[in-house]
Design a protein around this ligand. Structure first.
Ligand code: ADP
Ligand code: MG
Length: 500
């Protein structure tokens, strides 16, 4: 699709596609709609890029569900397909969508069994915790500032998400520094620290804080030019500018903003010319006392593939890290999200027992936690029964299993040492006496079975042993389990203890 056409569609709000008759469609949405035709274009582009085999095996299973301002929602029939497509092709999907419709910043994939419930329950907004564009509780529910296609400062960035605010960001020990720093930047008239670098693993609220800052700055002073975009989008824009020999305009645009926010800068690593451009932009803004805010999944020093001088410069301002959540924070977040769901019109109540259960069990990240709550609520609504603990266990069995499996080698070593009455240091020591060596092998075996760590990683955790030693230990226990009842019982008992 031509650029002009996609721009046209953008200003049309995607309602129709004026210059194209929609082809039809195995994609399941209403034929004839503009969205459907865009989806068709994306499919064609992906087929070209990925090849027919890959396309048929994976992409062809996707069905178009909806398109809202900045995001597209697709669905597939099984969780396996969804996970696979997400982990292997999500970036292709997002890039291709952005190519065809520049304002699409994100693609979500749902499992189709719950799709209809989700859509119904939220009147078209999604229920997986992803943000809506209007903040119901924010000052007079005024429409959020959206990017205006004619506004040159925002057409390069991604639109802001009005539902991510400081008001609905729950503060706990793990994120209080990041939150305080974010607020300071949002509320200050000057530039308190530059850059502000927020880091932490996925789903812990970095993007939420970025949008909260942007929304707050705009609320205070609508004239300030705030540009928010992902690092991938930055690269994409840059590469495109180079391709169309338009780098001057690119530079001007980026350098004329008051606040630049680049999300997930770990993705800039490796690509030299983009890195260079990013760094120049960054320096130019900092030199002119414009606020720069960055996020990544790791601290600046650990950004591999980024040149040393850039790395160290990124750490010059304030770096604030967001740690893993604790139980209290998870519970607080669940309550806040539930309030928001109810405010949006759901009469569904969720017993605190269920919230406690979720806060205990879903520990990996907040996005998953939120998704779990939404799934339970959507399910209860669909089947017309009140939410109960049994229902939650049932609906979330896959998620619960995945969270349970996050057992660490440290846990295993501790349990095994305890069980055999050994000191932890014995287990890790070079001693080879049978009384120590056998339990050590049991611990290695369990590490292999119950974690996703590789043999070399396990070896390192066991006092720096070689992976062949670990392999030998694992084999030995496998053999003994078959021939020695006592060992088998030990191993089974330990396995049960560690899993619970
Ligand atoms: P990240 O960018 O770190 O991967 P996000 O900012 O996208 O994570 O957060 C994932 C989801 O979790 C979002 O829906 C966000 O609103 C929610 N979330 C994370 N932390 C909090 C928090 N402290 N309070 C409220 N919601 C949170
Ligand atoms: Mg993020």
């Amino acid at each position: 699709m031509s650029e002009q056409m996609s721009r046209q569609m953008a200003s049309d709000g995607f309602s129709t596609n004026p210059s194209k008759t929609a082809q039809t469609t195995d994609s399941g949405t209403a034929p004839g709609s503009g969205v459907d035709s865009l989806w068709q274009d994306v499919r064609v582009a992906l087929k070209g890029e990925l090849g027919a085999t890959t396309f048929d095996s994976w992409i062809s299973h996707l069905t178009m569900v909806s398109m809202e301002e900045t995001r597209v929602t697709l669905s597939v029939e099984t969780e396996f397909l969804r996970d696979w497509i997400r982990s292997h092709y999500l970036s292709h999907l997002e890039r291709t969508w952005a190519d065809i419709c520049p304002q699409i910043a994100r693609v979500d994939i749902l499992i189709s069994e719950v799709t209809s419930a989700q859509v119904r329950r939220t009147n078209g907004t999604k229920v997986d915790g992803s943000p809506q564009l209007v903040a119901p509780g924010s000052p007079a529910s005024r429409p959020v500032q959206r990017s205006n296609p004619t506004d040159s400062s925002t057409s390069f960035g991604a639109p802001l998400d009005g539902r991510y605010t400081f008001d609905n960001f729950v503060v706990g020990k793990s994120n209080e520094l990041a939150h305080a720093a974010a607020r300071r930047v949002a509320e200050a008239d000057d530039v308190p620290f530059n850059p502000l670098f927020l880091y932490g693993s996925v789903g812990l609220g970095k993007t939420h804080l970025m949008h909260a800052i942007a929304n707050e700055i705009r609320r205070r002073d609508p004239m300030r030019k705030v540009l928010y975009l992902s690092a991938e989008k930055f690269m994409y824009q840059f590469i495109r500018a180079v391709r169309y020999k338009d780098t001057m305009a690119f530079k001007d645009k980026f350098r004329s903003v008051d606040v630049l926010m680049v999300d997930d800068v770990q993705f800039i690593s490796g690509k030299e010319s983009t890195q260079e451009e990013f760094f120049h932009t960054f320096n130019a803004l900092i030199d002119h006392n414009r606020q720069v805010i960055l996020t990544a999944d790791r601290p600046p020093v650990d950004l591999e593939g980024i040149e040393e001088r850039i790395r160290s410069r990124l750490g010059w301002g304030l770096s604030a890290d967001i740690h893993a959540t604790d139980y209290e924070l998870r519970f607080g977040i669940l309550q806040t999200k539930l309030d928001a769901l109810q405010a949006r019109g759901g009469g569904i109540s969720v017993p605190s027992r269920v919230l406690e259960f979720l806060a205990h069990k879903i520990v990996s990240n907040v996005r998953e936690l939120e998704g779990a709550l939404n799934r339970v609520v959507a399910y209860a609504d669909l089947v017309g029964r009140p939410v109960s603990l049994e229902m939650a266990e049932d609906v979330l069995s896959d998620l619960l299993r995945a969270n349970e499996r996050r057992i660490t080698i440290d846990d295993i070593q501790r349990r095994v040492a305890e069980y055999y009455n050994l000191r932890l240091s014995d287990l890790l020591s070079p001693r080879r006496a049978r009384a120590v060596a056998r339990p050590r092998q049991v611990a290695m075996y369990l590490s292999k079975q119950l974690t996703t760590r590789s043999l070399p990683e396990i070896g390192r955790k066991f006092g720096g042993r070689d992976h062949t030693t670990v392999m030998h230990g694992v084999k030995k226990i496998e053999e003994l389990k078959a021939s020695d009842v006592a060992i088998r019982e030990d191993v089974e008992m330990l396995e049960r203890m560690i899993k619970n």
